[in-house]
Design a protein around this ligand. Structure first.
Ligand code: NAD
Length: 380
């Protein structure tokens, strides 16, 4: 029997992405799946209903019918209480749940006995690269940050030689050279800026230099497990602050992307650093959602201090919704190859390493231990 996949319209305010784009619907149909999309689900990201219909999807207006008859529900954001209440027990939900920040939503899914795969839990192994939504969405966020910085900056980014004189290129400083940071560096270089970057992982240096940017180096290598950074010691933090003070004062645009898994974002830019910046400097804090890399960051706001703008944008991938949805949907297509096959339909065998790691809850039990512990603490 065909596996029925439902794609509801995202309802979180400001969320313009959609979980599946028409091109991916077409590929899923070839696996024997049946795709049902809520009317208008793709409009905000630039995909009208007609494109879904042409790709073979059914377009439905009735949300409860859409959710109540689905075997799999694909979402970008975690399901709302109303969405979860509309699903049958055993429905499989695949979404970016951000479980530790959305415990209420997890508790609702647990109680409704739906089976949830949280894409932020995917192991970052080679086989899961094509499903890696954290990487695809961080790529979009890194690009968007530079565009925000460029629009706040009172200068041109490239060097210009004109009849009205020669203009020197702007300086962009990128702190944190992971997936988002590397995309920010590449984007700033394409816009013609002079780019410097810093990361606590020494391995990032080679990648930074290969993009034509200068790498600022401390005499430490804080590489933790799985290619991620570890938290710095207090002594290392002092060295870091001393080295960054000068670079921060010289930059026209600063993009901060530093993160340590499972921890609040490290503070790399303090009030006194902002006070020492030239008026007109723009700092875009990609880490705003996880506490911010700048002491002055206010999530969702632009704070102006002494002529310096500190921007704390939220849901950056949602601001480039067409490309972000295309990448997200491709990641989902790849993930779904583990869940459905033409011959066997929807699998119930979750022993695959990727499925096992990303399974959040099933049959009324939260299977991801750190989330279960957080829920127990809050007694949700
Ligand atoms: P992330 O979002 O956790 O962190 C962003 C960056 O911040 C990282 O490069 C980290 O080193 C840096 N950082 C942390 N503390 C810092 C500090 N005090 N100062 C400066 N920088 C600091 O990481 P991410 O971008 O998701 O991934 C990091 C790395 O993981 C990648 O560069 C890659 O090597 C690896 N990765 C592997 C896979 C895979 O194998 N499938 C997928 C994605 C990422």
């Amino acid at each position: 029997m065909a596996v029925r996949i439902a794609v509801p319209t995202e309802v979180l305010p400001g969320e313009k992405r959609v979980a599946l784009v028409p091109e991916v619907v077409k590929s899923l149909m070839k696996t024997g799946a049946e795709v049902v999309v809520q009317a208008g689900a793709g409009l905000a990201s630039g995909f009208p209903d007609a494109l879904y219909t042409a790709a073979g999807a059914q377009v439905l207006t009735d949300r409860s019918q859409l959710l109540g008859n689905a075997a799999i529900v694909l979402k970008v954001q975690p399901p709302t209480a109303e969405e979860t209440a509309g699903m049958k027990p055993g429905t499989v939900v695949v979404a970016l749940v951000n479980a530790s920040r959305n415990l209420d939503s997890v508790a609702k899914m647990r109680d409704a006995k739906v089976t949830t795969f949280a894409l932020e839990l995917l192991p970052r192994i080679t086989r899961a690269q094509s499903m890696d939504v954290l990487s695809s969405q961080a790529t979009v966020a890194g690009y968007r940050c530079v565009l925000i910085g460029a629009s706040l900056c009172p200068k041109f980014l490239p060097m210009l030689t004109t009849a009205a004189g020669t203009i020197r290129p702007a300086k962009v400083l990128v702190l944190g050279a992971g997936v988002a940071g590397l995309m920010a560096i590449a984007t700033a270089k394409r816009l013609g800026a002079v780019v410097e970057a810093y990361d606590v992982r020494r391995a990032a240096g080679e990648q930074v230099r290969s993009l034509g940017a200068k790498f600022l180096e401390l005499q430490i290598n804080a590489e933790g497990g799985g290619g991620y950074a570890r938290e710095l010691t207090d002594e290392e933090k002092k060295q870091e602050a001393a080295m960054l003070a000068k670079a921060l004062g010289d930059a026209d645009i600063i993009v901060t992307t530093a993160a340590v898994p499972g921890r609040k974002a490290p503070i790399l830019v303090r009030k006194e650093n902002v006070a020492a910046m030239r008026p007109g400097t723009a700092l875009v804090d990609l880490a705003a959602e996880s506490g911010g890399n700048c002491e002055l960051t206010k999530p969702g706001e632009n704070v102006v201090v002494g002529g310096v703008t500190v921007a704390g944008p939220l849901n950056l991938p949602g601001q480039i919704p067409l490309s972000a949805s295309q990448m997200y949907a491709k990641n989902l297509e790849s993930f779904l190859t583990l869940l459905i096959s033409k011959e066997k339909g929807l699998t119930t065998d979750y022993s695959d390493e990727i499925l096992a790691a990303s399974l959040l809850c099933k049959d009324g039990v939260v299977t991801h231990k750190p989330t279960a512990d957080l829920l127990a603490k809050g007694a949700a």
